[in-house]
Structure formats: structure tokens, C-alpha cells
Design a protein around this ligand. Structure first.
Ligand SMILES: Nc1ncnc2c1ncn2[C@@H]1O[C@H](COP(=O)(O)OP(=O)(O)O)[C@@H](O)[C@H]1O
Ligand SMILES: [Mg+2]
Length: 230
């Protein structure tokens, strides 16, 4: 089953008087349960594409179908409920709420879904255990290391059981060791929970996790040119 289908997507930006197409006739097909990487140099349009997939940004033309929803003619309300129901994000800067504990941060998506506090906390604790933070559930973001905060971000993204996870440079802020740990964790959880993951990254090691590797080039998506290993 297809979870993302894009045909001929065009996204333009205007800078001063000039117009330029960041995405220019882009096609994309992702199957359920796939890890799909989007690589490419800085400024090439990776975050722009991810934001369009998450209905965070508009586009100029083309067909964009995500989780069975056509994003072409959707108003703001429609986009909001689409995001709430279907999509989870993992960010480079984690974007945890600083005044709340790890447990509270991870509970929030469940409270939004209408869970009672006790049920939300039970699920959040179980998710925090899965990401190896059983001992840190009451810590606040300022008391967590970069690697631990990243894990809370992953737990928050996955706790509500969404089928599509959008990750923008999830290891961009981490050192090599923490990146490797986070990658291993994401891979393990994906095998277990079977979500589809769109992984935007310029980290070749992280991209190597993907079932399908792609890059943006001249406004289109192409199979990534993977360096030969000997
Ligand atoms: N709101 C905006 N207005 C004008 N140009 C933008 C805007 N957002 C991004 N861009 C430009 O679009 C291009 C792609 O940006 P982005 O998708 O953030 O790239 P990447 O994530 O691959 O680094 C860049 O040249 C960037 O400067
Ligand atoms: Mg970016």
C-alpha cells in the first residue's frame, strides 16, 4: 500500500522580485512500512519537501497524496486535523517543552488524542522505557543530555502510534556516538512498530538505514548515488 504519492510537485519561492522553483516537477512514491531517505546538499529543498508532506507548507501545483489524503485543496482547519491524526515529526532541535518533564512531554500527544492523564502516562512510560529512559522520566529537558533529549523526541513522535513519521536531520545536533545510538534505536523501533519514516539527512551513515535512498537534484527526487563500498 502506498502512503505517499506525489506527481509533478512545484514549489516556488519569491525573493525580492525574483521567483525560483525549489521543487520543480517532483514525483515521489513511498510504500507503507518503508524507511525512505531524502538526501542532498544544504538549501536544495529537503525541509521544504518535508514541510509540504506534513501540511506545514503550501505548494504551487501538482498532486500530493499523503496517508490517503489529498493535500491540494485543503484549508487550514483540514490541515490541522490531518497533522493531528496522521503525522508525527522528529526535529533536529527536539523542540521539547522546557517546563515539562520527559514524561509530560511524551504524554502530550496522547492527551491531545483524548486519553485520560493516567492512561497517557502509562503509555508514555512504556514508550520512554523502549527508548532507554526508564530512569529519567521525571527529568526536565535542561537536565537531559543532547542524546537523551533526542530520545525523548523520538518517544514523543512514536507514542501515539502514527503511521507516518517525518524526521528532519534527527541526528544533526549529535556527536557520532549519540548519532549511532539514535540510528540504532530508530531502526529497532521501526522493525517493531512498522511505521513509515521519511528521513531527511545529509549524514550518509544515517541514510544507509533507509530501504530506499533518494536525493533532491534540480528540483526532482532521484535515487541517491550511493558511494561504493569495497
Ligand atoms: N520562506 C522562504 N522564502 C524564500 N526562500 C526560502 C524560504 N524557505 C526556504 N527558502 C529557500 O529555499 C531553498 C530550500 O530550502 P530548504 O528546503 O530549507 O533546504 P534544505 O532543507 O535542503 O537545506 C533554499 O535556497 C532556501 O533559501
Ligand atoms: Mg533543511
Amino acid at each position: 500500500m502506498s502512503i505517499i504519492k506525489i506527481r509533478n510537485l512545484v514549489k516556488k519561492y519569491h525573493i525580492l522580485e525574483k521567483e525560483f522553483s525549489v521543487l520543480d516537477g517532483l514525483d515521489m512514491d513511498v510504500e507503507e512500512g518503508e524507511i525512505f531517505s531524502i538526501e542532498g546538499k544544504s538549501g536544495i529543498g529537503k525541509s521544504t519537501l518535508l514541510n509540504i508532506l506534513g501540511a506545514m507548507d503550501s505548494f504551487d501545483s501538482g498532486e500530493v497524496e499523503v496517508c490517503g489524503t489529498n493535500l491540494s485543496d485543503m484549508d487550514e482547519r483540514g490541515k490541522e486535523s490531518f497533522r493531528a491524526e496522521k503525522i508525527a515529526f522528529i526535529f533536529q532541535h527536539h523542540l521539547l517543552l522546557p517546563d515539562f518533564s520527559a514524561l509530560e512531554n511524551v504524554s502530550i500527544p496522547l492527551l491531545i488524542k483524548g486519553y485520560s492523564t493516567s492512561k497517557a502516562e502509562k503509555e508514555a512510560i512504556s514508550m520512554l522505557e523502549k527508548v532507554g529512559l526508564k530512569e529519567r522520566i521525571h527529568s526536565h529537558p535542561s537536565q537531559l543530555s543532547g542524546g537523551e533529549s533526542a530520545r525523548v523526541g523520538v518517544a514523543r513522535a512514536l507514542v501515539a502510534g502514527k503511521k507516518l513519521i517525518l524526521a528532519d536531520e534527527p541526528t544533526g545536533n549529535l556527536d557520532r556516538e549519540n548519532s549511532r545510538n539514535l540510528m540504532g534505536l530508530i531502526q529497532e523501533l521501526q522493525k517493531d512498530l512498522r511505521f513509515s519514516l521519511i528521513l531527511v539527512t545529509h549524514d550518509m551513515e544515517l541514510a544507509a538505514l533507509a530501504h530506499k535512498r533518494n536525493q533532491i537534484f534540480q528540483g526532482k527526487l532521484k535515487p541517491a548515488s550511493v558511494p561504493q563500498t569495497v
